[in-house]
Design a protein around this ligand. Structure first.
Ligand SMILES: Cc1cc2nc3c(=O)[nH]c(=O)nc-3n(C[C@H](O)[C@H](O)[C@H](O)COP(=O)(O)OP(=O)(O)OC[C@H]3O[C@@H](n4cnc5c(N)ncnc54)[C@H](O)[C@@H]3O)c2cc1C
Length: 283
């Protein structure tokens, strides 16, 4: 497909990126890994007049841990998350999630910030970040703020992020008993349904559970009915069946060529059981 004419600028600092954005006007767009914005431009779903390359902005490419909190910079690639010792030790479910995104090319170019900014309904991170109680760190020329992942993903490609804000980092609480299970679209590898689970175990008993679902509805959601069914249980068959059957409760399942609404609801339960089994094995 032949592209249209657009301006391309490279920001060398966050401040410069914000001033370039203000100067270029409303239809300018940041570009990081380019693995969502470029396909959208090729399909004419998006036609930014200016692309502002933020991939060289310093201070957003690191993974660090402070106590029980892992901070992943907005420019950290999916491959870096998947292979990070810090993430694998503190939150193995998130490393697992990053490792099943797309293919090696996507994982080596796509970034955490770009993924959560784009908020594709089939993206993997949203389900995991909602389940693991993550916080999205945002900054603009006028300051910075933090939004819980649960409040951040609000609709189809819609988030709590304002147009002039950058995703600078994502903070994830440590959760050793965490897992992510996904039923991938066989062509794109996006999640038809993906489920993140974090368990708080006391011996063989599950004191509490957190469950996030992506790909099923128009944005990632917490499956609170499933969480209630798992909490206080021994994660036996009855609790798992109850949690699985509640995984789509209260949500409008999407229906498309990949899966009908009924099949997606079924997959929510199947992926939930797989994620619980993997998380339990890590407890
Ligand atoms: C073939 C293919 C398969 C894929 N499969 C999957 C999959 O299985 N699972 C999955 O989750 N994703 C998948 N993706 C998407 C991939 O993860 C993208 O890399 C990611 O969604 C966007 O990250 P990016 O860095 O490439 O962002 P870009 O494409 O550079 O940007 C995307 C959007 O986010 C904005 N943006 C970028 N960075 C920031 C930032 N730090 N702050 C604010 N706004 C920002 C841009 O302005 C743009 O609007 C796939 C993509 C392709 C091409």
């Amino acid at each position: 497909m032949i592209s249209y004419n657009f301006d391309y600028k490279v920001a060398s600092s966050m401040e410069e990126a914000f001033s370039m954005l203000a100067e270029a006007g409303d239809d300018a767009s940041f570009i990081a890994g380019g693995h969502s914005v470029v396909p959208a431009m090729k399909l004419r779903l998006s036609e930014p007049s200016t692309l502002i390359d933020i991939s060289k902005v310093p201070g957003m490419s690191d993974i660090s841990q402070d106590g029980d909190t892992v901070t992943i910079g907005g420019l950290v690639t999916h491959a870096e998350v998947a292979s990070s010792d810090v993430v694998n030790n503190a939150c193995p479910g998130l490393a697992e999630c990053a490792g099943v995104i797309g293919d090696p090319q996507v994982r080596n170019k796509g970034t955490m910030g770009g993924n959560v900014a784009h908020a594709d309904p089939g993206s993997d991170y949203p389900g995991a970040l909602v389940a693991f109680g993550a916080t999205i760190c945002l900054a603009s020329a006028s300051g910075s703020r933090e939004v819980s992942a649960e409040d951040y993903f609000t609709g189809l490609f819609e988030t709590a992020k304002e147009d002039d804000e950058m995703v600078t980092a994502v903070k994830v609480p440590a959760s050793s008993a965490s897992a992510y299970a996904k039923f991938p679209n066989p062509a794109s590898r996006y999640a038809v349904v993906g489920v993140g689970v974090s368990l708080n175990m006391n011996g063989g008993s599950c004191e509490s559970a957190s469950v996030g679902v992506t790909g099923a509805a128009d944005h990632a959601y917490r499956a609170s009915g499933s969480e209630s069914a798992l909490a206080g249980s021994d994660l036996g068959d009855d609790a798992l069946d109850a949690a699985a059957s509640a995984a789509a409760d209260g949500q409008d399942m999407m229906s498309d060529l990949a899966a009908s609404a009924d099949y997606r609801a079924h997959l929510c339960g199947v992926m939930l059981k797989r994620a619980v089994a993997a998380a339990k094995a890590r407890a």
